[in-house]
Write a protein that binds this ligand. Sequence first.
Ligand SMILES: C[S@@+](CC[C@H](N)C(=O)[O-])C[C@H]1O[C@@H](n2cnc3c(N)ncnc32)[C@H](O)[C@@H]1O
Length: 272
Amino acid sequence: MMLPPLREVIARHGLSASKALGQNFLFDEQLLDRIAAIPGSLAGQQVLEVGPGPGGLTRALLRAGADVTAIEMDRRCLPALAEVAEAFPGKLRVIEGDAMKIAPETLFTGPYAIVANLPYNVGTALFTGWLSGEAWPPQWTSLTLMFQEEVARRIVAAPDTPAYGRLAVLAQWRGTAKLAMKVHRSAFTPPPKVMSAIVHVTPADAPPGVSMRVLERVTEAAFGQRRKMLRQSLKGLPGALEALERLGIDPQRRAETLTVAEFVGIARLLTG
Ligand SMILES: C[S@@+](CC[C@H](N)C(=O)[O-])C[C@H]1O[C@@H](n2cnc3c(N)ncnc32)[C@H](O)[C@@H]1O
């Protein structure tokens, strides 16, 4: 069954983009196919798509051969998604709900890739949640996520750059995060105020004996006063200054100069 163009579907279902739900839709099929190619071959793979909207990216994932489970909280989008499901029998499962309240691992028995184009605040909260799972490696094989470009740059940032901070450390300590593609604001309907970029994350071996919660506390203290030397910013964190000494990290350094591995080293000594 041939699917009608997305613009026609939107018009037919009266799907005006909701600002409150952060809706900016993508219609360019070539661009959507390039996004669906970022996780690698999806033929026969399980994919969780969060926030499919009217289903532009969903169609591209299905064209790539994926079995898609999609969580969408705007019920106005459900008829458009039902049309997509009809065109790809048995390949699309749509769940109406809030992705913030659904643990993805409850939806799958095997591995799955996660793909999402979400509003900024929801995307960042889900992203850090998916990265902080107790079990590692996680059941997801990769994350392909659209963010505001500025946020994407903070996720992949290297030490000693202005964008380097908590988000980079939390994203990179047990995963590899890459900037996969920039997406011009004009590609969206309606266009958002800022540029977007897609980040691709794959899980790496988890350093043993480190608690995510402790790592969060260390990065919070260190980057909370990022212009200050570590001996000042980590002063209030019991055991932190001793950890610096044991690791041979100069307490006169500033947070932005520490590598992810150095942060992990400090968190390991403070864990347990
Ligand atoms: C930026 S639009 C992207 C739509 C479509 N994927 C595309 O690329 O054209 C974000 C979508 O996420 C949905 N959404 C927002 N918050 C959500 C949440 N907490 N759970 C599930 N879906 C959500 C919105 O309703 C909207 O359809």
